[in-house]
Design a protein around this ligand. Structure first.
Ligand code: HAS
Ligand code: CU
Length: 560
C-alpha cells in the first residue's frame, strides 16, 4: 500500500462530505446544549469576576441566594457541561469522517438524551440552592443527591460517546485488516480511552460514597478518600477538556492557514503519552493534604513534569505547522510568516489566540506542580489565574473557534459577521489576560480563591488593584462571550443558506504514517491501555493499600 493510501482518510475529498441531516441535527443539538451551559456559566463568571472588584451583582440573579451557589453553577456549567458536551459531539463526528463511515444514530440519540437528563437534574439541584459544594464536590460538604446523580449522568453520556467511537473503530478494523488507523480516529479514540480510565475515581466516589451518603443510606463518609478519588480523576479531567482542542490544533488548524500537520507518528506519540501520564499525577492537587506519603506526592510531581513533555512537543509541532502555512502564503524572514497567517479567519484567529494564552497557562501549571512553590500558590487566587488561561481560554476559545466552522458546516449556512467574530476572539483574549494578571498577582500576595468580595471583606489594600483587574478582565471576557453567542445565533437564523463549508477542514500531513515502519506499532491501543493501568497502579496502589478500608467518620455539612 502506498503512503497516500495509508493516510487517505485525512485527505480531503474535493467533492466534500456531508453527514445525513438527522445525524447533523443530533450533533447540532448536542452542541447547543453545550453552548447553553456556556451561556449560563459565563453569566455567573461575570458575577464572580466583579465580586473580586468588590461589586456585588449576585443579588440580581434570580433565585441566587449565595456566592457558593453561583460559583458552583459557574464551575459545573463551564468546566464540566460545556467541555464534555462538546467532546461528545465533536469526537464522534471527526472519527466517523476519518474512518469514512456514517455515525451510529442510536448512540447519538442516547448521548443527547442522557445529557438532557443530566442537565435538568443538576440545574434543578443548583438553582434551588440544594448544591453549593462547587465543582470539586468535596466531602464533608454535602449536596442534594440530584446533584451527584446529574454528574453521574454526565459521565454516563461520555461513556456512551466513547462506546460509539469504539464500535465505529471495531467495525472499521474488521473491514480494513492490517491497515493503520487514520490519525484523527486514533487520537479521538485515545482521548476517550484516557478519560474512561480516569473517570473510575469519581465513579467510585460518587456512586460508592457520595450518592448513598446524600440519600441517607450511608450516615457518614470519608473526606480524604473522596478527595483522593476526585483527584484521581481530577488532573486527567483537564486533559479530557484539552485533548479535543489539541486534536483541532494538530489536525484542523494547519489547514485553515494553508499549513500541514508536521508528523503523523509524533502526533500519535503525544496522545499515547497523555494516555500513560495523565492519571498518575493527581496528588499534585493534594500536596498540602495530610495522610498521603511525601514520597508518593514527589512521585506524582515527577510524573507531572513528564506529562509536560507532550504539551511541549505540541507547542513545537503546531507552531511548525503554522509556519509552513505562513511561508506558503508568501511570508519570509524569521518571523514574517506570522503576518501571513489567516488572521482574517475567526476560526483560525480564535484558536491561535487560545494557544498563545496557553503558553502562560502551561507555565503557571508547572509552577503549581513544583512541590515547594505550590505551598505559596495553593488555595490562592493564583490557581483560578492558572486555570482561566487553560480551560477558560486555551480550551474555551478553541471551542469557540471550532464553532465558527462547525456550525456553518452542520447547518450549511455561511458564518454571520466574520469581522465581528475576529474582534470577538481578540476581546476575549485581552479580557482573559487582564483577568489572569489580576488573579495571579493577587494570589502571590495571598489573596484567597473561593472567597466572596475578598479585598473588601479583608480590607487588604494590596488586593484592591488585583481585584479591580480581575473585574475588568472578567467584564471583557463576558463581552467577548456575548459576541460569540450573537455570531452563533445570527449564523443559525440569518446565515446565507447553502453557503456553509462542505467538509471538515482536515490538514494534510508532512510526515505521514508508514505501514511497516516503527510507527506502525503505535496503533496497539490495547497495549497502551494496559501500560496506562500498570502506571496508575504503581502511582496509587501504595496509598490505597495502606489507607483502606474507608474511614466513614464524617457527617454531611451544608453551610450555605
Ligand atoms: Fe492545571 C490546578 C498543574 C494544565 C486546569 N489546573 C488546576 C485547576 C484547573 C486546572 C481547573 O501541579 C484547579 C483545580 C481546582 O479547582 O483546584 N496544569 C498543571 C500542569 C499543566 C496543567 C503541569 N491545567 C492544565 C490544563 C487545564 C488545567 C490544560 C485545563 C484545561 N494545575 C496544575 C497543578 C494544579 C493545577 C499542580 C494544582 C494547584 C493547586 O495547588 O491547587 C500542564 O499540562 C501544562 C503544560 C502546557 C504547556 C503549554 C504548551 C503550549 C502550547 C501552545 C503553543 C502555541 C503557540 C502559539 C506558542 C507547557 C501547546 C504560537 C503562535 C504563533 C502565531 C506563532
Ligand atoms: Cu492537575
Amino acid at each position: 500500500m502506498s503512503v497516500a493510501e495509508s493516510t487517505r482518510a485525512v485527505v480531503l475529498d474535493p467533492a466534500g462530505y456531508q453527514f445525513p441531516e438527522n445525524q447533523r441535527r443530533l450533533i447540532r443539538w448536542t452542541l447547543y446544549i453545550g453552548y447553553f451551559a456556556l451561556a449560563a456559566g459565563v453569566a455567573h463568571g461575570f458575577a464572580q469576576g466583579l465580586s473580586y472588584a468588590n461589586i456585588d451583582v449576585l443579588r440580581y440573579f434570580p433565585g441566587l441566594r449565595d456566592y457558593y451557589q453561583g460559583l458552583t453553577a459557574h464551575g459545573v456549567a463551564n468546566a464540566l457541561f460545556f467541555t464534555f458536551t462538546f467532546s461528545n459531539a465533536f469526537l464522534p463526528l471527526l472519527t466517523a469522517r476519518a474512518l469514512g463511515r456514517p455515525m451510529i444514530t442510536g448512540f447519538l440519540h442516547a448521548t443527547l438524551w442522557t445529557l438532557v437528563a443530566a442537565n435538568i437534574t443538576v440545574i434543578w439541584a443548583v438553582t434551588t440552592g440544594r448544591a453549593t459544594v462547587l465543582f470539586t464536590a468535596y466531602a464533608p460538604l454535602q449536596a442534594h443527591w440530584a446533584y451527584y446523580l446529574g454528574l453521574v449522568l454526565l459521565v454516563v453520556s461520555t461513556y456512551i460517546a466513547s462506546a460509539h467511537l469504539y464500535v465505529m473503530l471495531a467495525r472499521w478494523r474488521k473491514e480494513h485488516p492490517g491497515e493503520r488507523i487514520p490519525l484523527l480516529a486514533f487520537i479521538s479514540v485515545i482521548s476517550y480511552v484516557m478519560w474512561d480510565l480516569a473517570s473510575v475515581g469519581i465513579a467510585v466516589s460518587f456512586i460508592g460514597f457520595l450518592l448513598p451518603w446524600s440519600l441517607g443510606i450511608l450516615e457518614r463518609t470519608d473526606p480524604l478518600l473522596n478527595r483522593t478519588l476526585f483527584w484521581f480523576t481530577g488532573h486527567a479531567i483537564v486533559y479530557a477538556w484539552l485533548l479535543p482542542a489539541y486534536i483541532s490544533w494538530y489536525a484542523l488548524v494547519p489547514r485553515q492557514t494553508n499549513g500541514k500537520l508536521v508528523s503523523d507518528p509524533l502526533t500519535r506519540v503525544v496522545f499515547i503519552m497523555f494516555l500513560l501520564l495523565s492519571i498518575p499525577t493527581g496528588f499534585h492537587h493534594q500536596y498540602t493534604d495530610p495522610g498521603i506519603s511525601t514520597n508518593l506526592k514527589m512521585f506524582h510531581a515527577v510524573l507531572t513534569f513528564g506529562v509536560f513533555y507532550p504539551s511541549l512537543a505540541t507547542a513545537f509541532s503546531v507552531v511548525a505547522a503554522m509556519e509552513i502555512g505562513g511561508r506558503r502564503n508568501g511570508g519570509g524572514g524569521l518571523l514574517g510568516w506570522i503576518r501571513k497567517l489567516r488572521w482574517d479567519d475567526p476560526s483560525f484567529t480564535a484558536q491561535v489566540l487560545a494557544m498563545i494564552t496557553f503558553v502562560l497557562g502551561g507555565i503557571t501549571g508547572l509552577i503549581n506542580a513544583s512541590y515547594l512553590v505550590n505551598q505559596i500558590v495553593h488555595n490562592t487566587a493564583w490557581i483560578p489565574g492558572h486555570f482561566h488561561m487553560t480551560v477558560g481560554s486555551a480550551v474555551a476559545l478553541t471551542l469557540m473557534g471550532v464553532a465558527y466552522w462547525i456550525i456553518p458546516y452542520l447547518t450549511d449556512r455561511k458564518l454571520w459577521g466574520r469581522k465581528f467574530a475576529v474582534a470577538q476572539s481578540w476581546i476575549y483574549t485581552i479580557g482573559v489576560l487582564i483577568m489572569a494578571r489580576g488573579l495571579i498577582s493577587g494570589g502571590l500576595e495571598g489573596m484567597p480563591r473561593r472567597t466572596f468580595r475578598v479585598a473588601a471583606n479583608y480590607g487588604r489594600d494590596s488586593w484592591e488593584l488585583a481585584g479591580a483587574l480581575t473585574g475588568i478582565g472578567g467584564t471583557l471576557m463576558t463581552v467577548g462571550a456575548v459576541m460569540f453567542f450573537i455570531v452563533i445565533v445570527m449564523t443559525i437564523v440569518a446565515g446565507k443558506k447553502g453557503e456553509g463549508p462542505k467538509d471538515i477542514p482536515f490538514a494534510e500531513t508532512l510526515i505521514p504514517a508508514s505501514r511497516d515502519g516503527w510507527d506502525a506499532k503505535l496503533d496497539r491501543l490495547r497495549l497502551w491501555t494496559i501500560a496506562a493501568v500498570v502506571l496508575v497502579l504503581i502511582a496509587y496502589a501504595p496509598f490505597f493499600i495502606t489507607y483502606l478500608p474507608a474511614r466513614l467518620i464524617s457527617p454531611g455539612y451544608n453551610f450555605f
